[in-house]
Design a protein. Structure first.
Lengths: 575, 356
């Protein structure tokens, strides 16, 4: 008895601390500190730069932005919004149609199409745009073949300008609509439709009253998402020469040395993006069409007439070609001899050298190695932060949860360009958060940028895994005598492992392909892979550029495959 | 084997009331049940004993040791959860061994103890199975073995049978009781199922909306319900309210309405309800305390509904303004039809005055 009491007295200050309801705030403070240092502080620095500027404090920069005398900025804002709205519409049409065809109809070629429909996800932004210019650009393979085929004076069509941007957006972003729509359709119990039919509803009425309302939440969420991504798009406008978009304006201001204006433009773009993020979270919070049905079996309608069968077969074939061409063309060009391809339809000479050079030539291997290192460092940070934040978010109660959630999601909503500008504003000078070092120009700035940009990935995949895990499992471990740390190691981490790993792989691969922020802040000593692709491209070394691209695609396909396996086909949840 | 004492324990969730002033004394080796509808605070009370919640007020003692704010992992309890909470990434063996590994026992000892526990719950050959390869009943037994193998001072069971189908539930009920008697471990059992509570427990605590209604043996709870709620929650009861018209000694006559007058005897052992002529009183008559035929407390009524269960014939009988549930044991009697009139009687010991 006595020994018990002394033991409990010795423990008492510690247990009093751990049982205090404020103890949780000590535990979560590092999370908020990281967010403060690398999300809020850089953002704040940018804002300060935009109002203080070189010509004294004030809102002069904002006045200039909205001034009607030089309308470049307003035009850019307008073009960005215009491109984004059109992108949402085209992506919605393509994505939802694909989802309905694949989920609801049985036709020859359905299987292959249902796999390839996700191919655009395997294209890193820069590589995707690159292959589109090779395919459909002014000297692209398709326009030139058509010209040769029909003996035309000039190419019949070519992708350029805003149209080009929108086509690339549609191709790369319709998957967001496809994924959410097909999930919603899968969750749509056919017996609901049957119930409506049995109550006397006709086909059209069922669509208006049953199917569309069930799909609306998915559609709204995807629209907001695509809008946000389209606003942030930088690579497509860059490659198609659309200078009047927000992201391009920021890039141009920055390269012209007009840092105040770049900061102003960043702040305005951030406000647009963050308001969309908040709108999206708010909407997701109140959407509540949970399907009540248990075991859902989807019946696919079979096409009956032979004509429809042949038509669908033909259309699937076209679909497969369109989906595969960007990758095939990259593979093709990756074997071409640099500098030989000029006015021919396809490259005239081929070689295997680029692939050998990737791993043997120090100069071409260097960017790969840089990217691997930097992405690795960033991912380690993401794992530590993501797992801790997810656990705090799902398993503990504290005030400020909504704030933590929004703060973690903000970097994901911020365009890469803005993230880069923010980091420049914050870390061009020594600060507490960078341990009194100047980070710009060092190795550490890119890993930091990747860390910030991919902050939500592991957090989200881990939260999803934790949410599926019943809290009583942890309590069971505690009741069996395991302390918190033992429980965390032996029960929580193993059970959330697939989620953690899926997020980790995704963060790693995204880091390897990151271009938008890299192009603004890389230093020549640590040039990343994507910037190398960009430079090879401008040096007309198409072969090497494409070989890099193919390497990236292979990595992404590998990761998607693994995470598909890990999450039992719910890879959509990770995105 | 330890005793558990709750000393006026209350739990608030923010401003919402969880449980209020629970005071119990569970004896070593006792099978003690918390019974009540969902949301009555029984699980909250159990979780405070387990250490997952700390009481807002009051203290909890295991034997004489104050454990009110002790961490759950230091209480040496075994707990079985409603959904079993097995570790899905471990085998049956690893699940059962978990608590022993925490206690840093040697490999050989762990192996021996786990195998003995497996035998105890008839899962000897299942050591290498994954959890998702087991049926619900088998999972339940793994959870039980995992809780028992650490030789807990107190076994806590949170609705352990509610996820099983009816037949398995009965089997497992007997199994749990057998293990508890064999091992003699102090057991606290939470359920909303009165049959489980009645058949397994040494004592039952009936709760409603966070407040203890009655603590007593199954017989006490059934035969001498403390109030309206206990009477109607456990078993079926005809609850009547009437005016006392005569008291002679311990016999009390109550008039429910002009067609329904009953006489009952006050229980000498229980607290006497304060009865006075002219005052209102509540009484309960169990359906099985009403008999067909002639006798004390003669009643006449009309049958409104007939239900044949095999064991019994259940009637709903309208007597005056009241409708009584009547259960006649099936001894091959003739079954009456709706609309028939019926003669009933209630022996005076079947009338129970509720002290409210």
């Amino acid at each position: 008895m006595n020994t018990n009491q002394t033991a409990s007295q010795q423990e008492s200050w510690w247990s009093r601390l751990t049982q205090s309801k404020y103890f949780i705030y000590i535990l979560i403070s590092p999370l908020f500190l990281v967010l403060l240092a690398y999300v809020i502080y850089p953002f704040y620095q940018t804002f300060i730069q935009s109002v203080v500027g070189t010509e004294g404090a004030g809102i002069g920069n904002y006045k200039r932005f909205f001034s009607l005398e030089s309308t470049a900025n307003l035009e850019a804002l307008w073009t960005s919004i215009y491109i984004s709205v059109i992108s949402v519409i085209t992506c919605a049409i393509v994505g939802v149609t694909m989802a309905f065809l694949i989920e609801r109809y049985e036709f020859p070629g359905r299987k292959i199409l249902s796999i390839l429909v996700l191919v655009p996800m395997a294209l890193p932004p820069l590589v995707g745009v690159l292959s589109f210019t090779f395919l459909y650009g002014e000297s692209g393979i398709i326009p030139r073949s058509l010209q040769a085929l029909f003996n035309l004076e000039s190419v019949p069509f070519s992708l350029k300008g805003i149209t080009g941007v929108i086509v690339v957006h549609t191709f790369t972003m319709y998957t967001y609509f496809y994924l959410t729509a097909s999930a919603a359709i899968k969750g749509l119990d056919p017996s609901l439709e049957e119930a409506a039919t049995s109550l006397g509803s006709g086909r059209i009425r069922i669509w208006i009253k049953v199917i569309l309302p069930m799909l609306t939440p998915a559609m709204v969420a995807s629209s907001l998402l695509v809008f946000m991504i389209a606003m942030a798009s930088y690579t497509a406008p860059l490659m198609f020469g659309v200078e009047r978009t927000m992201t391009m304006q920021i890039y141009l201001s920055r390269t012209n040395g007009n840092l105040d204006m770049a900061a102003t433009q960043s702040t305005i773009l951030s406000i647009v993006s963050i308001s969309f993020l908040i709108l999206m979270r708010w909407y997701q919070g109140r959407r509540n069409f949970q399907n009540q049905s248990k075991g859902i079996s989807v019946h696919r309608t079979e096409l009956r007439t032979p004509f429809m069968k042949y038509l669908s077969m033909f259309l699937s074939f076209i679909g497969v070609i369109i989906l595969m061409l960007p990758i095939l063309v990259l593979v093709l060009i990756s074997f071409s001899v640099d500098g030989e391809w000029t006015i021919q339809i396809i490259p005239p000479a081929y070689t295997f050298d680029h692939y050998i050079a990737l791993f043997t030539d120090e100069r071409t291997w260097r960017p790969i190695w840089n990217s691997l290192q930097m992405s690795f460092v960033a991912t380690i940070g993401n794992i530590l932060f993501g797992v801790a934040a997810a656990y705090a978010m799902i398993r503990t109660r504290f005030k400020g949860k909504a704030l933590l959630d929004i703060l973690i999601m903000i970097p994901w909503a911020l365009p890469g360009t803005v993230v880069a500008v923010n980091l420049i504003a914050a870390f061009s000078e020594p600060s507490v958060f960078s341990f009194n070092q100047v980070l710009i120009g060092t190795f550490w700035i890119l890993p930091l940028a990747y860390f910030v940009r991919h902050l939500p990935l592991i957090f989200r995949s881990t939260s999803a895994a934790l949410m599926q895990m019943d809290q009583s499992v942890e309590e069971a471990a505690r009741s069996l005598g395991a302390n918190w740390w033992y429980t965390f190691r032996r029960v929580v981490v193993p059970m959330a492992f697939s989620g953690i790993l899926a997020g980790t792989l995704l963060a790693m691969v995204q880091g390897l392909g990151e271009f938008v922020a890299s192009i603004l802040i890389y230093s020549t000593s640590t040039m990343p892979l994507s910037v190398a692709i960009f430079q090879k491209m401008y040096a007309f070394q198409f072969g090497t550029a494409c070989a890099y691209g193919v390497l990236q695609i292979l990595l992404i396909i590998f990761v998607l495959f693994i995470s598909q396996k890990l999450t039992n086909g719910k890879a959509g949840a990770v995105i | 084997m330890k005793s558990v004492r709750l000393d006026n324990v209350s739990k608030m969730f923010g401003t919402a009331k969880g449980v209020e002033n629970v005071a119990i004394d569970v004896k070593p080796g006792e099978f003690f049940t918390f019974l009540g509808p969902s949301g009555c605070g029984k699980t909250t009370t159990l979780r405070m004993i387990a250490g997952f919640y700390y009481p807002t007020k009051g203290k909890i003692f295991f034997d004489n040791r104050d454990v009110t704010t002790l961490q759950p992992n230091k209480r040496n309890i075994g707990m079985v959860f409603q959904n079993y909470a097995l570790f899905p990434h471990m085998t049956v063996f690893e699940n059962i061994a978990f608590g022993l590994e925490v206690r840093k026992l040697s490999k050989a000892v762990i192996k021996e103890k786990v195998e003995r526990a497996q035998k105890l719950v008839h899962l000897d050959k299942y050591g290498n199975r994954k959890i998702n390869e087991l049926s619900g009943g088998q999972q339940q037994r793994v959870a039980l073995a995992r809780a028992l193998v650490i030789e807990p001072d107190i076994l806590l069971l949170d609705e352990p049978l509610s996820n099983l189908d009816a037949k398995l539930r009965e089997e497992t009920r007997l199994e749990i009781k057998r293990l508890q008697v064999e091992l003699g471990v102090t057991t606290i059992y939470v359920t909303h199922d009165q049959t489980e509570a009645m058949t397994m427990s040494d004592r039952i605590m009936v709760m409603k909306e966070g407040v203890v209604q009655q603590i007593g043996s199954p017989q006490e709870i059934y035969n001498k319900p403390a109030n309206h709620f206990v009477a109607s929650f456990i078993g079926e009861a005809n609850m009547l309210e009437g005016e006392v018209i005569e008291i002679s000694g311990s016999t009390v006559k109550v008039k429910v309405d002009s067609d329904l007058q009953v006489e009952g005897v006050l229980d000498p052992s229980a607290d006497k309800p304060k009865l006075e002529v002219g005052k209102k009183v509540k009484l309960s008559i169990r359906p099985e305390a009403i008999f067909e035929g002639q006798g004390q407390n003669q009643l006449h009524g009309t049958i409104q509904l007939v239900e044949f269960t095999g064991v019994s014939i259940n009637y709903l009988v309208k007597v005056g303004s009241a409708t009584l549930k009547v259960m006649i044991i099936n001894k091959g009697n003739q079954i009456l039809n709706r609309g028939d009139s019926i003669s009933l009687y209630v022996p005076e010991k079947g009338v129970y005055f509720i002290n409210e």
